[in-house]
Design a protein around this ligand. Structure first.
Ligand SMILES: [Zn+2]
Length: 272
């Protein structure tokens, strides 16, 4: 099995009260300082993973496509640098339906960006975001996610493959329930024989905050307590089974090792 992390770019945002919902701003700033990071501004990377496993070339999550900021939407460019053509992708596996993970699947002209790929979406995630009644009742702030899911998946509602988190998705790729960030969020283990990789998608946002302090809740977690339990459960498994870890918002090469540190964990990327 070969895994390649491919950057879609970054987003930068000023650090504001409320980004961490359950910690005072001063504690958040201190955690950033301890990690050698700026305390006034956050840099969040977006990093999909390509795995060559079981005879498939599988892309996990798709970046922002043509719908993000000028600092992201760079997945295609960077796949090109890695020598991976879009039509060589045979499967796209989606962790959850937030726009930064699905918008890259279809461009503004309406075309699928990975034309030969079968599309795999977690069943409970699909059920949540494609529910018209729930969309009508949703606050405006979250309507964009419902719209993105419809734009991306509407035309392929019949072709896409749904999977229950926990099921094997493809040979060598098993999904894991990882609810919290969103109602059907899935993580994955990818089996390389002697070495396993976990791709935990958004089980944690910025590592210096939420890997280091796994009980902190990022503002995007829809169910903060479920997300907290998921984060600890997945992290403990990565360590117990000596897996490599990849995550969509992890720093550096975004693939690396996890270790227990105090009441939380430290993530060390294989390449800084
Ligand atoms: Zn995300």
């Amino acid at each position: 099995m070969t895994a390649t992390t491919v950057s879609d770019g970054i987003i930068q945002r000023p650090l504001a009260e409320g980004f961490v919902r359950n910690a005072p701003l001063a504690a958040v700033q201190q955690a950033l300082k301890d990690a050698g990071l700026p305390t006034d501004q956050l840099t969040v990377p977006y990093v999909p993973v390509v795995a060559d496993v079981g005879g498939q070339r599988v892309l996990f999550d798709t970046g922002n496509g043509e719908f993000g900021a000028p600092t992201n939407g760079k997945l295609l460019e960077n796949l090109g640098r890695a020598g991976i053509a879009p039509d060589a992708i045979t499967a796209v596996v989606i962790s959850h339906c937030h726009g930064d993970h699905i918008n890259g699947l279809r461009n503004k002209a309406g075309a699928l960006v990975f034309p030969r790929a079968r599309i795999y979406v977690p069943t409970p995630e699909w059920a949540w975001w494609m529910d018209d009644q729930r969309m009508t009742a949703a606050p405006d702030a979250i309507k964009g996610v419902f719209n993105a899911a419809r734009r991306v998946f509407g035309p392929i509602a019949q072709q896409r493959v749904r999977f229950e988190p926990g099921a094997e998705v493809l040979p060598g790729v098993r999904s894991l329930p990882a609810f919290g960030q969103s109602p059907g969020h899935a993580a994955f283990t990818i089996d390389g024989g002697g070495q396993k990789l976990m791709y935990w998608a958004d089980a944690a946002n910025i590592a210096a905050l939420f890997v280091r302090n796994p009980d902190w809740a990022v503002q995007f977690d829809m169910d903060a307590e479920a997300a907290r339990q998921t984060r600890r459960r997945l992290a403990d498994r990565v360590i117990r089974e000596n897996m490599l870890l990849a995550g969509y918002h992890l720093p550096g090469s975004s693939i690396g090792r996890l270790a227990v540190s105090g009441n939380g964990y430290d993530f060390t990327p294989l390449m800084a």
